[in-house]
Design a protein around this ligand. Structure first.
Ligand SMILES: C[S@@+](CC[C@H](N)C(=O)[O-])C[C@H]1O[C@@H](n2cnc3c(N)ncnc32)[C@H](O)[C@@H]1O
Length: 272
């Protein structure tokens, strides 16, 4: 692949998703884009780049971007955020009118393990009926899988306690399907974190984990600011273990002793 072809593809992916592909990632283009190149009868990445440069290739541009996302996820990833969620959910539920549902966003939800883990925590607290979880991701394919709620043996063995597996999943051959009760608590939509997030409404809790790592600093700042606008003043934001707000925004403050958990800084506090 020529440097020019790599640059065309990397620029397109960055513009559409925020994902920065360094030249050290050039090796993955052939494998990740091989299927698309065959489908479109393109001999190589240079031919793909040329086609992307031509107008009217929106569908191909979206497919290339999607193919270059990293969708790794697993149930109860890193443990700690879910321990914190277990403590904060009853407090938030008590602070809202009884009829009001708590809204939780699982942004960049990939194949849905995070959103379903949140639902399992709420269910274990008897708060299932109070919760509404929205999972969003740029990739149509992972959103389709998340909606389906069917996981392989390998996927359910990663992080999911066996009692939760037995309680919330039904075995179908070599796969496991999420229970209708849990499925009903979670809704999935395709959604880009770079887009206008206002139509999503406000949330009591936002999970945005293991996606900011792919963005450059200005994009992280822009996304964090958009999330701050969507979070209730007493809500919480969970980031991934390798992510932080420090040096990026003053819209969130760290919570002492709680790694990866952030509280919104109210506009009033900012002004004062
Ligand atoms: C590594 S997964 C993280 C999944 C889950 N949050 C977790 O921590 O296990 C990153 C996800 O971010 C999604 N993604 C990347 N850029 C995005 C964007 N601009 N908007 C929404 N989702 C994006 C990818 O499609 C991918 O599914």
């Amino acid at each position: 692949m020529s440097t020019a072809a790599f640059e065309v593809i990397a620029a397109l992916v960055r513009l559409r998703s925020g994902i920065v592909l360094g030249t050290d990632k050039a090796y993955m283009l052939d494998t990740r884009l091989g299927g698309l190149m065959r489908e479109n009868r393109l001999a190589n990445l240079d031919a793909l780049a040329a086609k992307l440069r031509a107008p009217g290739n929106e569908h191909l541009a979206a497919a290339v971007t999607e193919a270059l996302t990293t969708n790794e996820s697993f149930f109860f990833r890193d443990g700690k955020p879910f321990d914190h969620l277990r403590r904060i959910l009853p407090r938030l539920a008590a602070a809202r009118p009884a009829m009001q549902r708590l809204r939780v966003l699982s942004a960049a939800c990939s194949t849905g393990q995070e959103a379903y883990s949140i639902a399992m925590v709420a269910d274990s607290l008897g708060l299932g009926a109070r919760l509404e979880v929205l999972g969003t991701d740029l990739s149509q394919e992972v959103v389709r899988r998340a909606r389906e709620g069917v996981y392989s043996q390998f996927e359910v063995q990663r992080g999911l306690p066996v009692q939760m597996l037995v309680k919330h999943f039904r075995q179908e051959g070599s796969q496991w399907r999420i229970s209708p009760a849990l499925r009903a608590m979670v809704r999935f939509e395709t959604g880009n974190l770079l887009a206008d997030l206002r139509p999503l409404g406000s949330f009591d809790i936002i999970f945005c984990r293991n996606v900011l790592i792919y963005f450059d600093a200005p994009t992280k700042t822009r996304v964090l600011s958009a999330l701050a606008d969507r979070l209730m003043p007493d809500g919480v934001l969970y980031l991934g273990g390798a992510e932080t707000v420090l040096g990026l925004t003053d819209r969130f403050a760290t919570i002492e002793g709680e790694r990866g958990v952030y509280a919104p800084v109210t506009r009033l506090a900012l002004a004062g």
